[in-house]
Write a protein that binds this ligand. Structure first.
Ligand SMILES: Cc1ncc(COP(=O)(O)O)c(C=O)c1O
Length: 400
């Protein structure tokens, strides 16, 4: 087992499995798993509510991770970081807790066609409730937002723009900066979905001028059930409670209550305390590896895959192959004569775990004019042998 893999016990227990579903969720290193166990054995206590020493100590650890996350993602204050149940939860919070307050009937929300359903549907639903209009940002055949169409689609009527930092199907960085600049020109709130890119890129959110950002901790070596939502301070005044109950209120009387300010306002109830504290370990782990190393490793695997299937005429890889070879972290492809699910089922018999279907991005598949795809996705522990096994298995599909 290579040194990196030995830090992830999953591979010890699944020595023969080629795990290529990392865009869905990553494996967890020992440091994260150990921290979860350690927390429940020694530190388990509620946060923000009790005054005994252990509860105060746990609250300090929980808030220390908020500070670490604010530094990691380039926020100007820890109050800009909200812990959520995941990227989907964060996007729903933004739609119902912020964008719902900003739109009136006839206003517009612009959403790129690259988006995951989780970045599309909350805003579609908010628009439906208010009578606002959704404008989809067209994409190029190679799977980037079409910059030539930006000023047509993002206008003075646009109140919110939703864009991915990198699609979970196309697998390369999106040109979101151009979209962000256009959103700024019209004064729309800009929502960046970094669920795919946060595990492999650093973002300096304040410097970039991003208004809102989401990511999923479970895709970046952290525990499941946790995400990070960043809301720039200038939008806090416009944020409303989206879920109400304990912990997020100042005073409650039978006929009135008042919410605490952000981020507490959006963290109702008992939060995922163990997961947040273990996320602190995932962040330090990623920093110790170095994100540049992760990117370079993934790009080498992408090149290996693209070169490996180049002469397999039955395989068509989606998107911009040059970009993928330079910076990709996954490949989505179709196989002539095979349904995507049948390819995935065949690969499963070869102990290769991939995803098949629309990957929660059906409008993107429609826009690219393709049917369901197979997606193989890698991460920092994926080996060249894993990719070689995938290439070999796919070659055998073309033999018949
Ligand atoms: C681009 C993108 N956005 C949002 C999500 C939703 O993330 P989660 O399922 O962790 O809420 C995903 C998950 O695959 C994704 O790839």
């Amino acid at each position: 087992m290579n040194t990196m893999r030995s830090l992830f016990p999953f591979f010890l227990h699944n020595p023969d499995l080629v795990y290529l579903d990392n865009a869905a969720t990553s494996q967890k290193p020992n440091v994260v798993i150990d921290e979860l166990t350690r927390f429940y054995q020694f530190d388990n206590a509620p946060v923000h509510r009790s005054f005994y020493t252990l509860a105060e100590h746990t609250t300090e650890k929980y808030e220390a991770v908020r500070i670490a996350a604010s530094v990691y993602f380039g926020a100007t204050s820890k109050d800009e970081i909200v812990f959520t149940a995941g990227a989907t939860a964060g996007l729903n919070m933004l739609a119902f807790g912020l964008v719902l307050q900003l739109i009136r009937p006839g206003d517009e929300i612009a959403i790129s066609l690259l988006e995951h359903h989780s970045a599309m549907l909350p805003f579609v639903e908010v628009a439906r409730r208010v009578g606002a209009v959704i404008r989809y940002l067209p994409i190029t055949p190679l799977g980037q937002v079409d910059e030539a169409k930006l000023s047509d689609c993002i206008t003075e009527k646009t109140r919110c723009v939703v864009c991915t930092a990198g699609s979970n199907v196309v697998g390369v960085e999106n040109n979101f900066l151009s979209v962000l600049h256009r959103a700024k020109v019209v004064g729309a709130v800009f929502v960046l979905d970094a669920a795919q890119m946060a595990p492999r890129r650093r973002f300096n959110l304040a410097e970039l001028g991003v208004d809102c950002f989401v990511c999923s901790v479970h895709k970046m070596c952290g525990p499941t059930g946790l995400g990070v939502l960043y809301v720039a301070k200038k939008w806090h005044e416009r944020c409303h409670p989206w879920m109400v109950g304990g912990s997020m209120v100042q005073q409650v009387h039978c006929d009135a209550w008042g919410a605490l300010p952000m981020p507490t306002m959006w963290e109702a109830g008992t939060p995922p305390i163990a997961e947040v504290i273990a996320f602190g370990k995932a962040l330090s782990f990623l920093q110790s590896i170095g994100i540049d190393h992760v990117m370079a490793h993934e790009a080498a695997l992408s090149r290996q895959f693209i070169e490996g299937v180049a002469d397999q005429r039955h395989i068509s890889v989606v998107g911009n192959l040059d970009m993928l070879a330079k910076q990709g972290h996954l490949a989505s492809f179709t196989v002539d004569g095979w349904h995507a699910h049948d390819v995935a089922a065949y690969l499963a018999t070869e102990l290769i775990a991939v995803r098949s279907g629309y990957h929660c991005a059906q409008p993107l598949h429609d826009a690219l004019g393709i049917s369901q795809t197979v997606r193989a996705s890698w991460y920092l522990y994926t080996s060249a042998e894993d990719i070689a096994r995938l290439i070999d298995a796919l070659a055998r599909l073309g033999d018949g």
